[in-house]
Structure formats: structure tokens, C-alpha cells
Design a protein around this ligand. Sequence first.
Ligand code: F6R
Length: 611
Amino acid sequence: MCGIVAYIGQRNAYPVVLKGLKRLEYRGYDSAGIAIINHGLHVYKKKGKVAGLEDYLTGRNMESHIAIGHTRWATHGEPCDRNSHPHTSGDGKLAMIHNGIIENYAQLKQELLNKGHVFSSDTDTEVLIHFIEEIRNSNQCSVEEAVRIALKRVVGAYVIVIVDEDNPDTLIAARKGSPLVIGVGKGEHFLASDASPIVEYTKEVVYVNDYEIAIVKADELILKNITNERQTPYIQKLDIELTAIEKGGYDHFMLKEIFEQPQTIFDSLRGRLDAKNGQLTLGGIREYADVLKNANRIIIVACGTSWHAGLVAEYMIEELCRIPVEVEYASEFRYRNPVVGPGDVIIAVSQSGETADTLVAMESAKQKGAIILGVCNVVGSSIARLSHAGAYTHAGPEIGVASTKAFTAQLVVLCLIGLKVASEKGTITQQRFQHLLDELQDIPEKVAATLQLNDAVKQVADKYKDARDFLYLGRGYNFPVALEGALKLKEISYIHAEGYPAAEMKHGPIALVDEQLPVVFVATRDSFYEKIVSNIQEIKARKGKVIAIVTEGDQIIPGMADDVIEVPEADELVAPVISVIPLQLLAYHIGVLKGYDVDKPRNLAKSVTVE
Ligand code: F6R
């Protein structure tokens, strides 16, 4: 949610920052802006995507060895040139980019208005840079000192980066709650919301911690805490390759990421699953194995697609481990004063590891004495760091805004956790344990086979692309898959879609069914099969159009459904990893056929760092 990039060093900073903004555009794309210093501070900003900013700047002299850039997902103030970042101080000498929210900005703004400040935007960011300027002027101190003082009063989450016309050899940055990575090059530094703008220049990075301020020069990086004590920057090696963040011949990142799933699932299992020897290792949670085994209750907190993965995990863990599981929307869990404490284990599931709602839910449960495990994709992310322990999903960078490969990796890792606990707890027979290990081992191949259905799914997409609404139905393990299919479709194609438990449909949504309504049934062969066949008949009796995802060789449903997609057979516990694939493809193709930008759907952003 908002991407920030900054550069200081020997190169011309503008192309570095511009390219970085394009890489970070998945985080927000309603406006973009850049500030450089070249005989004075120059700030350029434009509503719309980064390409629009680039066009606007073509032909200008953008030479500078220092630059900051921002791609925005609007919180305070509509997307327009005026509200775009960077924002400047009243004297026009400081420019700042910001990712996050300043919650007490209204109060600060009033104080500043009383002192005569004039604002030209509706943003909280402009208030903060004026506040920093006010402190600097009234205390006659450096910008660094003013930032430190200001941040003690600021409530909210932020990463900020400031350039100062009077100090063109220094960037000042600070973070609390939103991510900031600093790439360390030879005589140059790169700052960004994640490593993707950095990886092609250097593999050495420092993840800035909460409440740290970075004073960055071309050849020097100083980190200080909020009480002005020097901190030692901990340099880590990035383990991503440039190819992981490029489209690699695909039309869209979303399609690339859908097709990467055989590999990403394999990567999630690598080093953990040894089906041949009946072994399962999860180093990240080893120390908490007993806590998990003896948990009174497991509470999964997550948002969106990750919440859907949590719902599948609820079915898995209850079945395998006989531990009660609750799955909570992180945003609701935090604010309803939940009953949680010692003996409870929270599993926070997140692709980005930066989702603000999930973070605050974790923080509040941690304060109440619960143990927190993280299931995250982004290594070193805030959620990973806030967890007592956890397991990474290892799906690699996910750039398409709609989550695909991260979801299947989450399912696999949550299944591994369930199996591990069940085997330690003795709630699974050796035979079933071995069977599920074998099933997991076969998943990458079955997903690869499912991807061969791409053309068939595209035909279905073409047939139904003009529908106004869709209903997605499933039961048991496939119910969350139906929710996920509906979410994918609405995100990418802007078609209204609802997911429902198939049996619940007759308690209301069946009223929607007529000959215009496509109903997608996730109806692979499992313990609910006969029941879902009846549900299909109920829809057909009301002339609904049925698109069914079924197990290969199904003899019954193809005779009833209008369109059928056959996927490889799998144990019901792991079947969601396969049955979701055609739904991802269906959403993708409908979005593309309707002419939408599926990688950057309207109003969305990849990493939701505001509550
Ligand atoms: C949907 C999607 C979102 C995210 C949600 C949580 O395609 O991507 O619903 O799943 O915003 O994000 P993470 O998993 O990063 O916490």
C-alpha cells in the first residue's frame, strides 16, 4: 500500500527511482511522484500510473544524484496531482514521501494552522512534513533531530523519506509499522518498500526496524533509535533473483504466478517433506511443537485470500489434530476485545507479512499471553518478525495484486503444520499420515496437469464473461475454495460474485438463481459428493447455468452441468490446492477478455498496510 523508492549515489538517480516505482506499482497506482535536487529541489507528481509520470517528465533535465519517488494508494484525499507525493514543507526546501497513516494528523494540522501554516493538499503526509519543518525552525535543530522529535508525537504507521535542498548529500528515513529496506551498494544506497527495486543493483540489504531513523549518504549508512543511540546495521543477503520479479514472457504477472504453482508448491515442500521415509520436518516451529500439541485452541487470523487459506486449515487441523480452531478476520478480531490468552496459539497467515489488520491482531493477542506463529511469504516481514515462530511459504515474490501462488503455498504449509502436530499428538494413524505425505508429494505434478486445462477454462470464460453476477458454491474443504474463486473474480473482472456453502444457498441466495446466473460448483469427489450433486440439481431445477469443477472420470455431474472442468483426483484434504487452479484461471481470463488490467485492478493494492 503505497510504494516508496529513494536513491543516493554516483548514478543518475531518476532512472533508478523510476524503474523502482514501476516494480513497486503493485502496492498502489493511483498517482506517482518524484523529487530530485538539481540547482534546487524539484518535485513532479501526476495522477495515474507511473507510466503517466514518465511521459510527463520526458525531455526534462532530471539529472540528480539523489531522488525520492512514490506510487500512491490513496488514504487521505482523492487521487489527484495535488494529493500525490512527494509533499513539501512550507518553505519548499524539504520534500517527503510517506507510506502509512498518521492517525493524529487532524490534531497536528490544527496546531499548525494556528501557527499560520498553509496546506495545499488533503493529506496526512503534508501535515507531517510541515510539523517536522515547524520543529526544525522553532528548535533551530537539524532535520534529523526534528524528525526524531516529531515522531515521538506521531500516532500511526509510517515509513518516511526526506530530501533537504540544503543537504543534497543526505536522505533521512524513518519507520514504524510499514516496511523499509535499504540496499547497500558501493558508494550508493537504495531505499524501498521491498527489495524488488534493489535486487538488480545489490544483494546486500538492511531491514530497518520500527522506531529507527536512517541517515543515508552515498557512502555511509547510520542507523539510530528514537533516543538518538547508534544502532549497528545488520546486513543480510537477498535470496531473490531478478527473474522472480519480471514477467518472463507472460502477458501478466498473474498468469505467470498461476503457472509457477507446480514449482512454488514444490518449494514450499522442499526440505520439509520426505514422503519416501515418512518424515516431515518443520524447523521453524520445532521449539513450539509442544505448545501447539497442547494448545487449548488455535485461532487463525488473516485477511482476504489468506483468510480463505485459514478456513481450509480450520477443517484440516480440526480433523487431523482434534484441536478446536477458530478463523478470524484480523480486523474484527482485534477490535472486539476477544477472549484470548495463555494456552491459545494464534496462527497469522499473510502473503506480504505487512497487513496492518493482521499485525494489530497479533500484537493484541501477544499482549494477552498467546503464542503467535506466522505463516508468511515475505522473509523478514513485520508479521514474520512479530511471531514467536513460524514457517515461510517460499512462494517467491508475488506481484500480481490478486493472490494466487501464495494461496496454494499457504494451504500446503498449513497442511504440513496440521500433519506435524497430529503426528506428535497421536491423533492420526501412521497409515493416514503416510497417505497424506504421498498425496502432498504428488501435488506439484497434479497442479501441472490442471494447468493444461487453461484453454478449456478460457473457453468457459469467453462464454460467461458478460454475466452480471456469479455464484460460487462448495462444501467442506471446497467451501473456502468457492469463496476464493468468487473473490478472484470480483477483484479482477469487477463482476459481482458471491461464494457460499452449497447447502446454505437454499437459505437465501437461491432467490438469485435464474437462467442468467452462472453458478460455479467446486464439486470434486469427497465426503460431501452426494450432497453437492443434490445442490447442483436444485440449481438446474431453477434454470441456473452450472459450471462444475469435478474429479476426472466423474460419471454423474457432467450429465447435469452446462460446463465441466475435470481436475486430477486427490485426497479431500489437499484437493483445494488443485480445485482452486481453474478458478484462478477463470477469473484471469474473464478479466483479460473484458480488457482490464488484471495485475493492477482498480482500487486495490497488494500490501494493505493501513487498518
Ligand atoms: C486477494 C488478496 C487479498 C489479500 C489480503 C491479505 O487476492 O490478495 O485479499 O489476501 O489483503 O494480504 P496478506 O496475505 O498479504 O496479508
